[in-house]
Write a protein that binds this ligand. Sequence first.
Ligand SMILES: [Zn+2]
Ligand SMILES: [Zn+2]
Ligand SMILES: [Zn+2]
Length: 272
Amino acid sequence: MEILICGTAAAEGWPALFCICEACVRARELGGKNIRTRAAYMVDDRVRVDFGPDSYLHQLKYGLDYSRLEHLLISHAHSDHWYPTDLHFRRKGYSDVGDRSLTLWGNAKVERRFEEANGDHFDSYRVVFRAVRPWQSMDLGDGVVAIPVQAAHDTSEECVNYVLEKDGRRLLIGHDTGWYDELTWRLLEDYPLDAVVMDCTYGPNDHSRGHLGCASVVRARDEMVRRGILRADGIMVAGHFSHNGGWLHEDLERYFEPLGILVAYDGMRFTV
Ligand SMILES: [Zn+2]
Ligand SMILES: [Zn+2]
Ligand SMILES: [Zn+2]
């Protein structure tokens, strides 16, 4: 699988839309890897994970062709991961999508948000909704399978992370989540991973409720290796950063590099 990390920020982006904090001022000055859009991923060119308000920008920035998208996997309904209004433009008169249909995978709130934004227009948008249930594997065709993992995030909806599997290789996209509960860790043992991208919203602030910070990303990596979930030489990437953490890209690298963990940036690519 070819993975493109399209965005690496938490909900408000980094620099945040209206923010004058030092981390945002510095990011505006330095640019480069310090500019972070809302988190989303391309898995080859048929599958996308999350579709937030920067999806159009991602199309322009990375030369993506969303007409080739077959599966849209939504982790949860928070606005940085799910901006259903843009699906409106699949409609006749806005886009010619031919006879291509798009399968939208998500929880009940994801479906409800789609309907609030677009009405019951699944057919005219050529969108087919499929409900996601934790641990119920999803056949995405072309040998790709996704497994939704129960996330420890917002309890008002069924938030999931996704394991993506192809040719016997597996990647976990692990945000938004806090520290997994024991059952999730145990069930993950059945899906040995080659690569992980893990939530690092809090940066140097050591929290693990709802999201993780740097120290808990390291703990999560160690826990995965200890349980045989992540290969000892597997790829571990920290992503989904908030400006409230304060550490700029090079600060994050200084912390993570000696620990063998990569720091995600917008436009990062790797093969699983
Ligand atoms: Zn988020
Ligand atoms: Zn800020
Ligand atoms: Zn969230």
